[in-house]
Design a binder for this molecule. Structure first.
Ligand code: ZN
Ligand code: ZN
Length: 760
């Protein structure tokens, strides 16, 4: 590139605009050259050691430490849930790639993986195979992919810098002017390195396939000295990976080193002049430092002779007589980083049994040598194969070398929905109607849930747990209340029970979250629903129809064969019935909120006004009415109306006193803080709201019917309702995400089932 920029000078003066292509190229080339130097891409061995001594924490890492540092580089964030907070590794948010293909949920899996990594760092070596197992489609692959993509990104940042080395053999011309072979030290004062030679001056360049640490080029005694200096430079707290002390160069590099060493009569400086240290980045595409091995492969590493067709003839005589073998294969590609065995247990056991030794001593035996492997090895497996593996007689010998992590299905429907929004919705070409994806997510989660055992809960909560239905449990796991009408203490107790509910269900024999529908099933349901003739959109009714179709194939899915239990658990018909009701509730909400009959903010306002009135009532004081300017008593009529909505019962005085007591208690607990009345009585506001809406229901239904008429013939809508009906449709479209088509479908269903009571 830099050379191409030269002709620029011989051209006539360039017109002021636009920038000529070659100028642009020239600038790009300059910039590339600059970053190349800034990032210290090519170094002599000596320069590299200088760099290492300056930043030993960057350069003295093994694969486990590097991986753990990558996790730390992206940091963590806290996610608040109603029952407590949890930590999330931001690496899985893929912020380095604008969140593309990020991992949704699975914080416990992240945590388990990180703890295992930290164990490897402590032990000085990745001495176990991390086995991620779980049902089909439980994001095991996404989990691993996020890590690989993070490594690719991290390795391009300064703290993630990685270096490997090559052997450089210059042309005769350079060699004669420098330190040539067999020159008998004739030019001992020649160049101290060939690292920066131009391609034209290089006869041969041999890579180290396993990306040996450059420091391994130093003989033991020297190496220890450098390591000692590096640790001291870092304040003595740096932990140097064991392998930098114990191991040596790979077989091929050893052969080259020995040959050069002999040729130079033991002059280390001359040997090292042939070393070119190069910065590299992890790349799955180029098979550098990260590798995914599919289940069909059975040879993960092997050796082949470096053949003469390339540059062998150009090698120095000393090396031409040596049969050089270079290792190759997936294990070699992943050396120094992450090696992933996809669906490992699909292979016959004999095809991966060698891993036992590899994990035990970090070595792979090849035909001519032993490959010392520094890599974190991760395998994935579905639950069925994992179960079979556990029963295999050889499992006992593997068990101690495995770190297993269960990757379950998600049980929070908002997260499940996020997965579909990320991965399925972009493939849908139609308009996606409101509630369609949400319904699918709720369905998937509900098929996974098991009936809770109330036995281990204290009586109050136990009763609530006992009554949980399948949709209530799903709501609870999403941090919502399962039923309306719970008082604040009950709500708190029930939400507080979630961690225990989850852990008990996960530990059960038919573990919740290991069974049920997979996101893959939902994918086909959504895509089929998006092709139906009975709707122009991807409609929630289409989703329900496709779900009914899928669940009729009992023999095809194991989760459909579980016996139904009370509360709708494993009861496919009941789950669909509850989803349909939920859908109609939601549509009714949409119409209500878009009707203009109830203004937002009205209910908190009613609550505040009620509290103001009972204050006057308690103090028996007269107040000046803002509207009329007249003195008056507390507004008895308003209070009575509110209490009716709130379901206060007969004893209004007791109810009012209770409200004041709760406010008083809150004041005592939070002295000096401003009082937020609505926040103190959310459940009461919900009750009032429900009652008011119930009162308005006939008006709302009438409006819905008129809207239906409007779709057929706007002129047929009575004149005094036309504006309101048009406003409703407009609000459904702009505020609720409907299009004309799915609004019509939804309102028609609402009118048919809720107004006319026709069975749907
Ligand atoms: Zn090597
Ligand atoms: Zn639509």
């Amino acid at each position: 590139m830099a050379r191409e920029a030269k002709p620029r000078t011989s051209r006539p003066p360039a017109p002021p605009k636009p920038p000529a292509a070659d100028v642009l190229l020239g600038e790009l080339a300059e910039r590339a050259a600059r970053t190349f130097v800034e990032r210290r891409q090519i170094l002599s061995f000596e320069e590299y050691v200088g760099l290492l001594l300056a930043e030993p924490q960057v350069h003295l890492r093994d694969a486990s430490t590097y991986l753990r540092d990558a996790f730390d580089h992206y940091g963590r964030k806290t996610i608040d849930r109603p029952w407590g907070s949890t930590d999330r590794c931001r690496l899985f948010d893929a912020e380095f790639d604008d969140g593309r293909d990020r991992l949704v949920g699975h914080e416990p899996v992240q945590d388990a993986f990180y703890r295992i990594l930290s164990g490897f760092v402590r032990d000085g070596r990745a001495n176990r195979l991390v086995l991620l197992h779980g049902p089909n489609g439980s994001a095991k692959t996404t989990f691993v992919q996020c890590i690989i993509r993070a490594l690719e990104h991290y390795s391009s940042t300064p703290p993630g810098a990685l270096y490997r080395f090559h052997w450089i053999f210059p042309t005769d011309r350079i060699e004669r002017g420098g330190l040539g072979f067999g020159s008998g030290g004739r030019s001992a004062k020649g160049p101290t390195t060939f690292a920066n030679l131009e391609d034209a001056d290089i006869d041969a360049r041999l890579a180290c396939e396993v990306r040996d640490h450059p420091l391994l080029l130093l003989p033991d005694a020297y190496r220890r000295e450098v390591l000692k200096a590096a640790v001291e430079a870092h304040g003595g707290e740096l932990r140097v990976p064991e392998r930098l002390f114990r191991t040596g160069l790979c077989h091929k590099c050893r052969q080259i080193f020995d040959a050069l060493n002999a040729a130079y009569a033991g002059d280390l400086r001359k040997v090292l002049a042939h070393v070119q240290v190069e910065r590299y980045t992890v790349s799955r595409g180029y098979r550098r430092g990260a590798c995914v091995i599919g289940p069909q492969l059975s040879v993960d590493a092997a050796e082949r002779q470096v053949t003469a067709d390339r540059s062998l003839a150009a090698l120095p005589t000393a090396l031409q007589n040596v049969a050089l073998f270079e290792p190759y294969g997936e294990l070699v590609d992943g050396a120094g980083g992450l090696i992933v065995f996809d669906d490992l247990l699909k292979r016959p056991l004999d095809a991966f049994k060698y891993l036992l030794t590899t994990i035990e001593n970090g070595e792979v035996t090849l035909s001519h040598s032993i490959l010392r492997l520094d890599a974190v090895m991760v395998a994935t497996s579905n639950e069925v194969h994992m179960e079979a593996f556990r029963r295999h007689p050889e499992y006992a010998s593997f068990r101690g070398r495995l770190a297993t992590i269960r990757v379950p299905y998600l049980l929070e429907h908002p997260l499940e929905r996020e997965i579909y929004e990320l991965h399925i919705v972009p493939q849908v070409e139609r308009h996606v109607a409101p509630h369609a994806v949400d319904l699918a997510a709720r369905w998937a989660v509900m098929t996974r849930l098991t009936r809770p055992d109330s036995e281990h809960f204290e009586r109050g909560v136990g009763r609530l747990v006992e009554e949980l239905a399948v949709d209530g449990k799903a709501a609870l796991y999403a941090g919502e209340l399962p039923v309306e009408g719970l008082d604040p203490d009950q709500a708190k107790a029930l939400l507080g029970a979630v961690p225990q509910l989850r852990s008990e269900a996960a530990a059960a024999a038919d573990a919740e979250s290991l069974g049920g529908a997979s996101p893959r099933e939902v994918r086909s349901v959504l895509l089929l629903a998006a092709q139906r003739d009975d709707s122009a959109c991807l409609s929630p009714f289409g989703v329900l129809a496709e779900l009914a179709e899928l669940t009729s194939h009992t023999a095809d899915y194991q989760f459909l064969q579980q016996p139904a239990e009370k509360g709708g658990f494993h009861d496919q018909a009941e789950i669909l019935r509850r989803l349909r009701e939920l859908l109609l509730d939601r549509i009714e909400d949409d119409v209500r909120e878009s009707s203009g009959l109830i203004e937002p903010g009205r209910f908190p306002e009613m609550m505040e006004r009620y509290v103001r009135e009972i204050r006057h009532w308690v103090k028996q004081e007269r107040v000046t009415d803002k509207a009329t300017g007249q003195e008056r008593d507390a507004d008895e009529a308003y209070m009575a109306q509110f209490e009716k909505y709130a379901g206060a019962g007969k004893d209004a005085a007791a109810f009012r006193n209770e409200v004041m007591t709760r406010i008083g208690a809150h004041r005592t607990d939070h002295p000096g803080r401003p009082l937020d009345v609505p926040a103190l009585f959310p459940e009461m506001i919900r009750r009032v709201r429900r009652a008011v809406l119930e009162e308005r229901r006939p008006q709302i239904h009438k409006l819905a019917e008129r809207l239906l008429v409007h779709f057929d013939d706007p002129a047929a809508v009575p004149a005094d309702d036309r504006t309101r009906v048009a406003a409703l449709l407009e609000a459904l479209v702009s505020g609720r995400g409907y299009c004309r088509e799915c609004a019509r479908e939804a309102v028609a269903a609402l009118v048919r089932t809720r107004l006319r009571g026709t069975a749907d």
